[in-house]
Design a protein around this ligand. Structure first.
Ligand code: AMP
Ligand code: MG
Length: 405
């Protein structure tokens, strides 16, 4: 039975169990997924402090001349109390002294030795950063299921957190199948082919935060396949390519089944990549992708990536899309859910004209893809389309105006 993409994804999500956890120093946790909420144990800022280099004042002294006899620096622990008709010079980040109602920036006063003339109208709290205005004690500042980024590491450090509980890295094992395949570091005969899928799958898995096991490739025999599978069984996800369609030597699924795989589906209504198969052996997921590089790549992006996100413990594990407009007219053959790789430049999307399942050249050039419904045969210029990002870093080769007016 051929499943829809949505049905296939539902089965993958259902069978993807979240991996175990470990405790890591925050500096080592980049890219991992938080396994616990982080709750603030103190206010941030911790104490009321000055947002400017300036003068600590009482608002009722506005438009008068006051006397300055003291200075508070960042790192000081001031004990004095500000009196009326006086001011205390204060630096950015320094604690606000008792009795201070506002800070007047240096550039807004007139100086005459220790005599400071203040401006009119000083608002209460002006240029004072209040304790807890950023993060209140007791509130959750990072949530379970969120990815650890440089910015979450900054938050953790600001709370004096040294270690956090995160999910461990997902272990991915990869091999290709095909008598024609040879590794890229060997000499080949004209009728042979370099295995490009295995390095692609491994590198993408690394990019997505997994650890990887390189198994290389298997010949198109049951013995060779079973031996490759056996050495991959300790992985969380085994990704293979090739040997899953109607060919005489397409034994991949059979070999996995012989070793105990429960097959959940082996056909998806997707072009390219219909013969994509998914099974499990215990908690290990098995995804057999087609051998054709472009077909395997798009199904990896749609199905393997979905499994990785779910297994990593991410809360937001579903695919999402960006709505953009077509750069130009594009025609395609109706009849199937069709994936088209292309380029999103931040404003519009354009599918590549030249893309066949067996091609490799479009892969590196694509930063997004779209999936059309079976009835779609053309996409007109300016039509709104939903694209799924592959890579998020969108830059320009020409300097652009990026300001909002
Ligand atoms: P298959 O799915 O085994 O019928 O293979 C489909 C096509 O993909 C054939 O032209 C294979 O030679 C090619 N192919 C299979 N595996 C790989 C691989 N690992 N790297 C590059 N091409 C491959
Ligand atoms: Mg083959």
């Amino acid at each position: 039975m051929t499943l829809s993409i949505t049905q296939a994804l539902a089965i993958i999500y259902e069978n993807s169990t979240v991996v175990s956890t470990e405790i890591l120093p925050i500096e080592m946790a980049l890219g991992r997924v938080m396994w616990e909420d982080s709750i603030a144990t103190f206010d941030l800022p911790r104490f009321d402090n000055s947002a400017m280099d300036g003068y600590a004042v009482k608002c009722s002294d506005a438009h008068t001349t006051v006397t300055c006899s003291e200075v508070i620096y960042a790192g000081d622990n001031p004990q004095m109390t500000l009196q009326k008709t006086h001011t205390i010079k204060i630096m950015t980040g320094a604690p606000i002294p008792k009795g201070c109602e506002a800070v007047v920036p240096i550039e807004n006063v007139t100086l005459n030795d220790t005599q400071i003339t203040l401006p009119e109208n000083i608002q209460v709290n002006a240029h004072i950063r209040r304790a807890g205005e950023d993060i209140k004690i007791g509130t959750i500042y990072l949530h379970k299921g969120e990815k650890v980024t440089a910015y979450s590491i900054a938050l953790l450090a600001s709370q004096g957190i040294t270690h956090i509980k995160v999910t461990r890295q997902i272990k991915v094992a990869v091999f290709g199948t095909g008598d024609e395949l040879r590794p890229h570091f060997e000499k080949i005969e004209p009728h042979q082919l370099y295995n490009s899928n295995t390095p692609m799958f491994l590198s993408r898995a690394k990019e997505l935060g997994c650890t990887v096991q390189y198994i290389g490739s298997s010949a198109d025999t049951m013995e060779s396949l079973e031996s490759a599978i056996t050495s991959a069984l300790s992985a969380d996800i085994i990704i293979t390519s090739g040997g899953v369609s109607m060919g005489d030597k397409d034994f991949t699924k059979e070999a996995f089944t012989n070793l105990g795989m429960t097959l959940h589906f082996d056909k998806v209504d997707i072009k390219p990549g219909k013969p994509t198969a998914f099974g499990t052996i215990g908690d290990t997921l098995i995804i057999n992708l087609p051998g054709n590089p472009l077909a395997s790549m798009v199904n990896y992006e749609i199905f393997v990536r979905a499994a990785m996100r779910k297994m990593s413990g991410m809360n937001a594990f579903y695919h999402t899309s960006i709505v953009t407009q077509m750069r130009d007219d594009f025609r395609l053959r109706a009849g199937k859910h069709t994936v088209r790789l292309g380029n999103f430049d931040g404003k519009t999307f354009m599918p590549f004209e030249k893309q066949l399942p067996g091609m490799l050249s479009p892969l590196a050039a694509a930063n997004a893809m779209l999936i059309t419904l079976p009835e779609v045969s053309s996409l007109e210029k300016n039509k709104h389309v939903k694209i799924i990002p592959i890579s998020w870093e969108i830059t320009s080769s020409e300097q652009e105006d990026f300001f909002t007016s």
